[in-house]
Design a protein around this ligand. Structure first.
Ligand code: ADP
Length: 264
């Protein structure tokens, strides 16, 4: 194991991103020579001003840009040592290894049960209804939603829940395909402070089982939940390191200014 690999939890990285460049069809050079590792059981927060490439970098990891018009990607992204863009990688199977939680809760207009059961069903992850019931319960429990919805799994739609409950349902749905990595794009950007605290508690619990990459505009949130922080600026990943180190003594002048609230 090299020194870099020893940096978190004494584990080798689950993902390695090297010299990543991405251009959108209109010529926007959204990612410039981006390099970082993602370790098992860590929360890595992407911070930086708007439009600096944080969401774009998140989407590269699960190949969400596939099919995007004229998106061009150069560089290497390895998952457990394997190139995610290699011809033998099946994009839907690759994507199944990731959960995605968006800024605005986006449950399906279907029952709570269906929201969680849909992914495992289409991927054939359970053998019968008992197994599915156990999986649905487990995901809802892990998302701290079970007690609130257990008597209404089939007769209330996900879209009828409160905003905070909807986001926890979306987290349960993201967990239902048993991902290795959870990608969260400003997951508390449109919910109230109490619901935000609930989601942050969940992040801290979930990281015991998977890796989490979190885009956040909230410096307080990054401090509360992230093990490491990556600062993006105009498409460059300027600095990455342990959260307390970046907040106390970032080397990059723009990162320091951003953290101090003087930029972005
Ligand atoms: P952030 O998440 O840091 O706010 P983004 O990754 O969303 O930044 O955007 C990075 C840059 O790429 C911005 O200049 C943005 O306007 C541009 N961009 C994002 N999505 C697209 C798209 N689908 N087509 C063209 N340009 C895009």
């Amino acid at each position: 194991m090299n020194a870099a690999a020893a940096r978190h939890n004494n584990a080798a990285p689950i993902m390695e991103v090297r010299d990543l460049n991405l251009w959108y069809g209109d010529g926007t050079h959204a990612l410039k020579d981006v390099c970082f590792d993602l370790y098992p059981r860590e929360v890595l927060a992407f911070i930086g001003p708007s439009g600096c490439g944080k969401s774009t970098a998140l989407k590269v990891l699960n190949r969400m840009h596939d099919g995007g018009r004229d998106v061009r990607i150069e560089g290497t992204v390895l998952m457990q040592g394997h190139d995610i863009h290699a011809p033998d990688v099946d994009p839907p199977l690759h994507r199944r290894r990731f959960g995605w939680v968006a800024q605005k809760p986006n449950p399906f207009p279907a029952s709570i049960w269906e929201n969680v059961a849909y992914g495992p069903r289409i991927h054939g992850l359970t053998r019968d209804r008992d197994e599915m019931a156990a999986l649905v319960e487990d995901c809802l429990r892990r998302a701290h939603l079970w007690d609130e919805v257990k008597d209404h799994l089939h007769d209330i739609d996900g879209t009828d829940l409160s905003g905070g409950q909807q986001q926890r349902l979306c987290i349960a749905r993201a967990l239902s395909t048993q991902p290795d990595v959870l990608l969260m794009d400003e997951p508390t950007g449109s919910i109230d402070p109490i619901a935000t605290a609930a989601v942050e508690d969940l992040v801290l619990e979930m990281k015991h089982h998977l890796s989490i990459v979190l885009v956040t505009h909230s410096m307080m949130q990054a401090r509360r939940v992230a093990d490491r922080v990556a600062y993006f600026h105009l498409g460059e990943l300027r600095e990455i390191g342990p959260t307390e180190m970046i907040f106390a003594a970032a080397q990059d002048p723009e990162a320091r200014a951003f953290i101090a609230g003087q930029l972005g």
